[in-house]
Design a protein around this ligand. Structure first.
Ligand code: ZN
Length: 481
């Protein structure tokens, strides 16, 4: 699996244009091998034997067996003909999405999306699930134990607080000025962000940072591959997406290496993974104390570009809030509304209330209601994300669940580590990383998102901490005179 992962990384970072077909056949050969090995009947025999007497196993061993069983069942219950059909459609749907996006033409993409949704339903059907249960199955693939009903309750309370908060921030006379971010040479951006990410604790002796079209983190703790992208006129994009991916990388590097490949050495799920990227990107790297330390170095790297900019202006730009129809270009306050929109639409698609052909109209109507902005085209609306074209339903909620957990962890860390923000203003991030290592990373997959939250923070996962954090950070900033 890690070899396949590396081929995938290489495809996005290094692969010459005409070598794509060769890479596809290499990846396909490895996938077949992995699938064959993972559904080997002997694995089932071994698992059955181990499951005979669970009390004979330690808690750690039980975690390993449960994770192996989950993976085995998920692999074996899907007929290979279905898996092949799904893979084939996935590639066609992806290319149809790229084309449709280029031409702002949802109609040409609709039949592919319809099939993608049917395949998602069919997949859940192999586990005897349909309707909203099928949606739960896909959510569970990304965040074990999570359901649409639990997410719906969490998101409703989040929405009721964030919608008025966004209105309040946007009505302020204080507006961030992003015009300062012009002409930032890429070499200096790269040098600066490598220094920042190393200071956060990313181990460059067992990881790399390269350039790709979309930032991502792949690999594992032995060899962690991060990617970012650079824009001369948008240096905050590369800086914050690198810090975000570094957070994912720190989690991978913090999972117990001796258990790599088993449940004990595997991330707890997408929501927990996202909490690790968000806490570094937002709670840490958008904080005053972080910039107290890094601002002089940032100015040293870009002296002319920042010459007329005050500290306050720079800090406000780092924490800029504005309405944007595009999710990935949104700030951390409005971002959550983009996720709630997608979750509500996915729920309607799986329950049958919404037909794929009506999706653009629904999207635009809901975007206006939830985000406060009506897209002017489908490229700005329903066609903007790659996820559905690849059949990744139930994935979006993880981003927002990660934001909630990040804020909840943040307040627990502040309680447990007095003076931590003074450390940050001295460029020292080690205490926070050690705390996350001990409380979250070392756990592997022993607990799911909900149980881990309870175990580490002493409270159930809720939207309270995220709301509190956003108000504490943004209201004073936008109340300045
Ligand atoms: Zn992420």
């Amino acid at each position: 699996n890690s070899a396949l992962d590396l081929l995938g990384w290489d495809e996005q970072v290094n692969l010459p244009k005409k070598s794509a077909a060769a890479r596809a056949s290499q990846s396909s050969a490895l996938s077949d091998l992995i699938h064959r090995e993972s559904i080997h009947p002997q694995v089932d025999d071994w698992l059955n034997a181990l499951e005979q007497d669970p009390n004979a196993l330690t808690t750690e061993q039980q975690c390993v067996v449960q994770e192996a069983r989950r993976n085995f069942d998920r692999a074996v219950k899907l007929p290979s003909a279905f898996v092949a059909r799904r893979a084939e459609h996935q590639s066609r749907a992806y290319h149809a999405w790229v084309e449709a996006r280029k031409n702002d033409d949802f109609v040409s993409f609709a039949p592919f999306l319809k099939t993608q949704l049917e395949l998602a339903r069919e997949e859940a059907g192999f586990f005897g699930l349909d309707g909203l249960q099928a949606y739960d199955y896909h959510i569970d693939n990304h965040d074990p134990g999570m359901t649409a009903s639990v997410i719906g309750t969490l998101f409703d309370s989040l929405k009721s607080e964030i919608v008025p908060l966004v209105k309040q921030i946007l009505s302020s006379a204080v507006k961030p000025n992003l015009s300062m971010f012009k002409g930032f040479p890429i070499a200096q951006q790269e040098a600066f962000l490598k220094r920042v990410t190393a200071s956060l604790g990313f181990d460059y002796d067992r990881g790399r940072l390269d350039v790709a079209v979309h930032p991502f983190c792949s690999g594992n703790g032995e060899d962690t591959r991060l990617t970012t992208r650079y824009f001369v006129d948008n240096p905050l994009d590369s800086l914050f997406s690198s810090i975000h991916e570094t957070g994912h990388g720190l989690y991978e590097q913090g999972l117990p290496l001796e258990h790599l490949g088993t449940g004990l050495g595997t991330a707890a799920g997408m929501g927990v993974h996202e909490s690790q990227s968000r806490i570094w990107e937002n709670q840490v790297a958008r904080s005053r104390s972080f910039w107290d330390y890094w601002e002089p170095f940032y100015r040293e790297a870009f002296p002319e570009q920042l010459s007329g900019v005050t500290s306050e202006q720079l800090y406000l730009a780092v924490n800029g809030v504005s309405l944007n129809p595009i999710r990935v270009d949104s700030d951390e306050v409005t971002y959550n509304l983009h996720i709630i929109l997608r979750f509500e639409l996915e729920k309607c698609l799986f329950s049958g209330e919404l037909d794929v052909v009506d999706l653009p109209a629904f999207w635009n109507e809901k975007a206006e209601k939830i985000i406060g902005l009506r897209p002017t085209s489908d490229v700005e609306g329903v066609l903007q994300d790659v996820h559905w074209s690849s059949g990744a339903f139930g994935y979006f909620p993880s981003y927002c669940l990660g934001n909630m957990l990040a804020a909840q962890l943040w307040y627990s860390a502040l309680d447990a580590l007095p003076g931590i923000e003074i450390d940050f203003s001295n460029g020292d991030f080690t205490r926070l990383l050690s705390w996350l290592r001990e409380k979250v990373h070392c756990e592997g997959k022993r607990c799911d998102l909900m149980n881990l939250t309870k175990k580490v923070t002493g409270k159930e996962l809720s939207s309270d901490s995220l709301i509190r954090y956003l108000k504490e950070r943004y209201l004073p900033l936008y109340q300045q005179t």
